[in-house]
Design a protein around this ligand. Structure first.
Ligand code: FAD
Length: 453
């Protein structure tokens, strides 16, 4: 919803470029904001103060592939899906797969600790980052972690992952690679009630099956994606479809697929379709992967909420979202990582309607309240950024927040890296004063070959 033009942006190509620019920022007291591909959904890369935008999208080199040790080292602007593309010929892949994986950058994934369909079984970005080269807010370059799977030091790598650009800029990232599974099967179960779909999620996981992905789309979303592709791939009259992917050795996958099918039918599924080859699997996933785009086709605007609830509370929370949608007179479409309890209600609206954004935000906040009431979290994978910072104190005490701020200050004592993001302040939760800084750099501050806008 929020838009802003940065007063100045530089397109860096190397770690030395980033270090030099950040050193200049430090010299002149100028705050800076890192930006990868700009697909973030919590406003993390917005420039809200007089700050310099440091864009990493030209830092697109794969620096090293070490297959015997199953690692790859990349610059931050490398696109998520390029990592798997670089090693798939050798039977390896990079597990974290946000739905935006064909456009989002690894630097952005690290900053947001991004998740995706396969994170249910394989973990989120932090479980796949071994080491980081980082330009700290004073312009110095340091390494956190490395290329080993275990370190004895304090886990500053883990602290950096998910810090949303507030601790410095990642300029090289060493990632873990996994071996491609021997076999993959996808199931599509359709249900006449959302409660039954939620029950199936609970029953499959409670039975000890650990799918690599478990995603739900509601009726609105089913029809939106069918319309986008002009097909009837998902049953149009279903209240919900549940996609379950299982991977591993052939025998293990076959057993898990059969067990999941039985459990879905017992939970009330009307039918379960099964896809074993690449083409059929892709067809089943295609709609899910295009869900946001499909909603973009039918609504002039939409706001994606991101929250987590315990899996067992899914049916209850989805019913509450339906009630809130009616009471706020705003349609909501649901598509979510059901196995992780990570909800993404999409609130549909027309930006041309006066005052609508406040109504949308109010509904988004009411949904967050419901999620917190059942023991959930205000964000799952999209981060706090600018969007959720004023809700952070719904989850954390003043002591919690000041402890987190102390940690941040250890990296960034002068509040220069992505200022105002994540942590609530009276300023960003109410007053609207922009920090005035001098953005006049000297001509020779930046290398000649670096683009400055
Ligand atoms: C259609 C769509 C689907 C999506 N699906 C998912 C999904 O399934 N799962 C998911 O987790 N997210 C999803 N997202 C959100 C988004 O794609 C991720 O948060 C992604 O990781 C952001 O990457 P980016 O390169 O676009 O980062 P940006 O938007 O450019 O930046 C995001 C944050 O990272 C910081 N940052 C960027 N680069 C660096 C760096 N090198 N060092 C330090 N900080 C940095 C920025 O300052 C900002 O705070 C989706 C977004 C869209 C538009």
């Amino acid at each position: 919803m929020d838009r802003n033009s940065p007063p100045l942006a530089v397109l860096a190509e190397t770690t030395a470029d980033v270090a030099r620019v950040v050193t200049c920022c430090n010299r002149y007291g100028v705050p800076f904001v890192a930006r990868g591909s700009g697909t973030g959904l919590s406003g993390g890369a917005l420039v809200e103060e007089e700050a310099l935008l440091i864009v990493t999208s030209r830092m697109r080199s794969i620096l090293e592939i070490d297959l015997p040790n199953q690692t790859i080292t990349v610059q931050p602007g490398v696109i998520n899906s390029w990592v798997t593309r670089a090693v798939s010929g050798d039977g390896f892949y990079f597990a974290p797969d946000p739905s935006s994986q064909i456009i989002c950058s690894i630097g952005g994934n690290v900053a947001e600790n991004s998740g995706g369909v396969h994170c249910l079984k394989y973990g989120v970005t932090t479980n796949h980052v071994l080491g980081l080269e980082v330009v700290l807010p004073d312009g110095s370059v340091t390494t956190l972690g490395g290329d080993l799977y275990e370190y004895s030091e304090l886990d500053l790598r883990g602290t950096f992952v998910g810090s949303e650009g507030t601790l410095g800029i990642a300029t090289a990232i060493t990632l873990r690679l996994l071996c491609e599974p021997e076999h993959v099967t996808v199931l599509l179960a359709d249900f006449s009630t959302m409660e039954a779909a939620g029950r199936a999620v609970r029953d499959v996981t409670a039975a000890g099956v650990l799918p690599s992905g478990m995603e739900i789309m509601d009726n609105f979303m089913i029809n939106a994606v069918n319309d986008l592709f002009g097909t009837d791939e998902y049953p149009r009259d279903a209240a919900a479809v549940l996609l379950i992917e299982v991977d591993g050795h052939f025998a293990e996958v076959t057993a898990a697929a059969e067990q999941s099918t039985e459990l879905c039918l017992a939970a009330g599924a009307r039918a379960v379709r099964r896809a074993d080859d690449d083409k059929d699997r892709e067809l089943l996933w295609k709609g899910r992967k295009s869900a946001f785009a499909a909603v973009g086709q039918i609504s002039p605007g939409y706001y994606v909420q991101d929250a987590v609830v315990p899996r067992s509370s899914l049916p209850e929370v989805l019913t509450s979202i339906e009630r809130l949608s009616r009471s706020h007179c705003l349609p909501v479409a649901n598509v979510f990582h059901a196995g992780d309890g990570n909800l993404h209600p999409l609130i549909l609206y027309d930006p041309a309607v006066p005052g609508i954004e406040k109504r949308v935000r109010d509904l988004g906040a009411a949904i967050l309240r419901e999620c917190l009431d059942v023991g959930g979290s205000i964000t799952g994978e999209h981060g706090v950024g600018a969007d959720k910072r004023c809700y952070l104190d719904w989850m954390f005490t003043a002591d919690d927040l000041s402890t987190m701020s102390l940690l941040r200050r250890a990296f960034d004592p002068l509040d220069r890296a992505n200022p105002g993001k994540v942590f609530p302040t009276p300023k960003n939760c109410g007053e609207s004063s922009r920090r005035k800084v001098n953005l006049k750099f000297e001509d020779n501050d930046f290398p000649n070959e670096m683009d400055v806008f």
